[in-house]
Design a protein around this ligand. Sequence first.
Ligand code: HEM
Length: 489
Amino acid sequence: MLSVLTTIFMLIFGGYFLWFVTKRRNKSSEPPIVPYWIPWLGQGLNYQKNPFTFVQACAKKYGPIFSVFMGGRYFTFVTDPFTHPTIAKESRKLNFRLQTMSLTKNVFGYKRGSVDAPTAGGHFPKYMQGENLEDLMKIMMRNLHSIRKQDRLNCADWTEIDLLRLSYDIMFTAGYKSIFGSYSKASGKQENFQDIIDDFILFDDAFPKLVQGYPASSLKGVESARGSFWKMLDSGELDERTDVYAFIDAIRRSYEDRPKDIPKMLFSILWAAESNTVLAAYWALYYVLKHPEAIVAARKEIDHMIDATSQQGNEEIHFTRADFEKMTVLESIVNESLRLGDSPSMLRLATEDYDLHVKCLDKTFRIREGDSVMVMFQLTHMDPEIYSNPEEFKYDRFLTKDSQMKTDFYKDGKPVKFHLQPFGSGLSKCPGRYFAIGELKQFLVLMLRYYDIELKDPQQATGANYNRVAFGTLPPTNECPIRFKRRVT
Ligand code: HEM
């Protein structure tokens, strides 16, 4: 018995020793590797505990470029903001799509046609920019107004609700209706948004695990929640709806040869459109409510624009994109809340050995073929050299003294081009960003113009949940009860 145990021990120890002596050593031309002792997992557990603080601590110790082994692969983190534009520009040798192709299958249940296949059939630029976007925003504002007028939200007396739920009730519902329309009268159907939102939150919470490769069936309720969206977005169901945005019809036509994938693909668009936006709306309102001076400044700007556009304050206000461009206080609030609540990244796969010049060191490092390159923009957003007291919300941080947009931010006395990247960068940059910014401003106009609204406990702090670092907007860690009642009837 003893000899069996000794043999097993020797085998394990021998195997570990062999792994340890043969594991990759970095060459002088390569970024330093953060030491690790566990095969395959590497630093994975430490990273997962809190990716932001882990990467921040490594940057302090190893400098602005270093490699981390986790999950059997090497990830090179680049924290120098001056080098980020170089990575964003290099789309061939540092590929985005190869990095994420396999994720799409596990998370959304369909495979992209090819590495070069454009997202959503390539229809984003046409439908999420320019005149079409102006029309979409009109529809969005109309939907926001109709939701505001529902009995539940049109209360004359103070009513309590959790801020995140309110953000979902308003933004998810309006966003969904603006893109996917509503059931026609003839269909005799009507959706229950409370159930849809519950399903969405269930799926959204599971998102990081699905990205890590957990099968949907292993996560309670996720397969069924995802399945209900596939059913809702099935072509038969969509045909029973009216006011479906032309964008969706264009996508359906592009995927005619893969009918089974259409609802899955549409669900991925729905998820991308709603998940980050609802959470970003939450943070924008949360920070404004925490800072009464922001409410005063935003309301002043909204009132001014109502007068300037000759609208009556008690009717359904609508601002065009050109109006919003002049509303710099709103823009600064949106930028500042995205800076604090968002955790965007840029993840690329080196398709061949690639020499990256790290500008702040004036030194070139070789990235090996097959390694990943990772930029966490949150490190820039929280850099005290670029943003003084970065933990603090300053509603006017992005304003100049004469209330224009401030765009120059410095580090080491040099301007940082990529100082604010809430939508990522390069080829993978969010194609829905113009709509997203518009929606957030519309949400703030709706909430501040039409509601008296306050935090139930202004002293209560809400933190960001770091399980979503690098995936987009961070969810809050705890409930945040608020009170609201209608302000303009
Ligand atoms: C505040 C709201 C939003 C934020 C913070 C946000 C953020 C992001 C980020 C950071 C990425 C890049 C991910 C990466 O590089 O890996 C991304 C991708 C994407 N976003 Fe957004 N987004 C928002 C709203 C929207 C909206 C409203 C839509 C659709 C109408 C949308 C559609 C997409 C799509 C389809 C992608 C994937 C692009 C691709 O893989 O080619 N997003 N978003």
